[in-house]
Design a protein around this ligand. Sequence first.
Ligand code: NAP
Length: 309
Amino acid sequence: MENVVIMGTGCAGLTAALYAARADLKPRVLTGTMPGGLLTTTSTVENFPGFPEGIGGYTLMTRLQQQAERFGARVEFATVDHVDFLQSPLAVVVDGQRVETRVVIIATGASHRRLGLESEARLENRGVTYCATCDGALPVFRNQPLVVVGGGDSACEEALYLTRFGSKVYLVHRRDQLRASPIMATRALAHPKIEPVWDSVVTDIEDVAQNKVTGVQIRNVKTGQTSRLECAGVFVAIGLVPNTGLFKGVLDLDANGYIIPHRGATTNILGVFVAGDCVDYVYRQAVTAAGMGCAAAIEAERYLATLRL
Ligand code: NAP
């Protein structure tokens, strides 16, 4: 029987692992399909405290994993297929094997939201992508016009990153004001290669027949006017959806799928704690996820102490 199983190795999961390991709980930490979480796809993290020059997202997450492992966290590349929280002890099924545990900390994070277009799905990884850091430098995007969809911090970050490679970057946003933080918005709008396309949505991505991106159809939501932008790549950055499908019918979820925490990091199931982007739709920062991971581990430790009384 495990003491603590942690699902997810983003900032929340690995910080929980660090704290649980330092409490000598020898947590078993399951990466899921994206070890290191979404932050590994970020180029430079400029707002994580303690790094005045910024730090690469991948480097930050690698170092955090090493820090947790140094104190005894057992990080495994493994995916949970199924959870069984309705009986005692709690259990998770990992790659077909049932693992019983006293505590589960859920830090499964969130994934990129899709536009929901058929052409988007057909052209994914053929010019449609959700990660400029991962794909921006590909030859197909070099010196070509590119489209970023979205108006948040991610869209601005993606657009700024892509200015290194593309001849021009259209920032297509459904309103006439960015949601991004002022520093990111100002930086993006001041860049000579970035052209905002306001009040507009992408209605289709061309060209499925050629199996590559050649342009997008857009519609101005105020005037109804349609037009076309020629581009070689579409970078979708329209927010996140929580990775909580495994917990439907088991944990309390809100209408958007986020886990509803009870007091602090606890849930409606005793021994199950939550942290990070699977529960937080308000702050969603690396540092807040880390803080939530810390809180979940401390609560887990206190809960385990009550079992030993
Ligand atoms: P976000 O803040 O939720 O922004 C999503 C953007 O996509 C919004 O502008 C939204 O438009 C637009 N959008 C949503 N659904 C859409 C749809 N179906 N079609 C077209 N547009 C759509 O998401 P995010 O930018 O990924 O950021 C997530 C969190 O990470 C935020 O808390 C952010 O601050 C943080 N983050 C921080 C940094 C940084 O500090 N450097 C970098 C990246 C992310 P509306 O504005 O009209 O709603």
